[in-house]
Design a protein around this ligand. Structure first.
Ligand code: DI6
Ligand code: FE
Length: 404
């Protein structure tokens, strides 16, 4: 099979342990073999046998190439929106008043249940296209606004279908334990029973790549979350957790006990939680959009995560209630301005570490054997990607599995 050679570019490979920041290679070459990268390195070092097999040659015009971006925590598929509640709140209504009037998560559950699969798909595709336009080539989508078998199935099926119709890989996460639906009000344990019934059914239908829960005093306790995780483990499904977003409930330790791929949010993470995550190899997924939109003041403990070498990923948390955001590049900027990550940490957070948060080993860095998912940017330095905000990303080309 013939190969494709890319030259006249700078490559931010994001390889772990690279000598240069960002794993940057000046005057780089990439050799693409179908859906994979066959070789990445300095142009002068391309092996002669590979060079001889390159039939197509592309000049990147001095552009910067990064791995395709990965948005590893989204609730992208939902019905309706909550702009009206946003407006009500800014006109003085309290969260409780809105919730009592059927607002909050409950209103999104209602709208998601009422929507047909086709309507959900159309609404969600518009959001997905905005992420793709910024260089996202892989993203995770959680359920959790259906909260009943048929509606959780509808959400996860729409998520899968979006991956068929767009140049993006989609990983689906079952978040049945996101909130207690109205019909189970006051009966949280009975609803957890229902979640445990949904899980094997949806898994058998091929709709579940991972299982997540919202472990928080306003949602599910660690005991209830533990029941969901035990069921996931019995089915061999990896777990992730919305942990310590509003309080420290010890969710990170519980998730680590189950070998979680990631713990997400983490504003209230304790030292013990960070140690448990480090020992389990769980990724910390930081969500600056939710922090900003909810006007939180408690910062995630970035120094603690660094100290314990817990890898940090960054994601949009795209959802109608706490982060109505479809810009992963804006999250790069906010991770730096709000959380004080370095631009290099932020970029690793939407590439290498985001891949790890999804348990994917075939992407997130530019290296031989990895998927040929990459983005060609009209910028000189990698820091420009997190520096500018609200700007056109200057994205030139997205390669997905070797295809433009
Ligand atoms: N944490 C959040 O911030 C969102 N879900 C979650 O588990 C809130 C979702 C919503 O308000 O719709
Ligand atoms: Fe979330």
């Amino acid at each position: 099979m013939s190969l494709q050679l890319w030259t006249h570019c700078r490559a931010a490979t994001l390889q772990a342990g690279a000598a240069q920041p960002y794993g940057l290679i000046e005057d780089a070459a990439l050799v693409i073999d179908g859906e994979s990268l066959a070789w990445v390195g300095p142009r002068a070092d391309v092996p002669a046998d590979l060079l001889a097999r390159c039939e197509t040659q592309r000049d990147a015009g001095g552009a910067l190439i990064t791995p395709g971006l990965i948005d590893c925590h989204t609730h992208l598929v939902y019905g309706g929106d909550r702009a009206h509640e946003f407006e009500l709140r800014l006109n003085g209504a309290t969260y409780e008043e809105i919730a009592r009037a059927g607002g909050g998560i409950a209103s999104t559950v209602k709208a998601t249940r009422a929507a047909t699969a086709q309507q959900l798909q159309t609404q969600s595709a518009a959001r997905l296209q905005r992420l793709i336009a910024e260089g996202v080539t892989t993203l995770e989508i959680k359920s959790g606004y259906g909260l009943a078998l048929e509606h959780e199935r509808k959400t996860l099926s729409v998520a899968r279908a979006l991956g068929q119709t767009h140049a993006v890989d989609i990983r689906t996460t079952f978040l049945g334990a996101h909130a207690v639906p109205a019909e189970f009000a006051g009966r949280t344990d009975a609803y957890v029973d229902a979640v445990l019934e949904m899980l094997p059914v949806l898994h058998a239908e091929g709709l579940v790549d991972a299982v997540d829960a919202f472990c928080e005093r306003i949602a599910f306790s660690t005991a209830q979350t533990g029941r969901v995780f035990a069921a996931a483990k019995a089915l061999g499904i990896p777990v992730k957790l919305h942990a310590e977003q509003l309080s420290d409930s010890g969710g990170a330790q519980l998730a680590a006990h189950y070998g979680a791929l990631s713990c997400d949010h983490l504003e209230w993470l304790s030292t013990e939680g960070a140690q448990a995550m480090a020992a389990a190899g769980s990724v910390a997924v930081l969500l600056p959009g939710a922090f900003y939109f909810l006007r939180e003041t408690k910062l995630p403990p970035v120094a603690l995560l660094r100290e314990h070498n817990v890898p940090m990923a960054i994601s949009t948390d795209c959802n109608p209630g706490s982060s109505p955001c479809t810009s992963l590049l804006l999250m790069l900027n906010m991770a730096c301005t709000l959380f004080r990550l370095t631009p290099e940490e932020a970029l690793a957070g939407v590439t290498r570490h985001a891949a790890a948060a999804l348990g994917l080993r075939d992407r997130g860095v530019l290296a031989a054997g990895m998927r040929a998912d990459f983005v060609v940017w009209g910028v000189e330095r990698p820091a420009e990607l997190s520096y500018a905000f609200g700007a056109n990303p200057r994205l030139q080309t997205v390669f997905k599995g070797g295809l433009v």
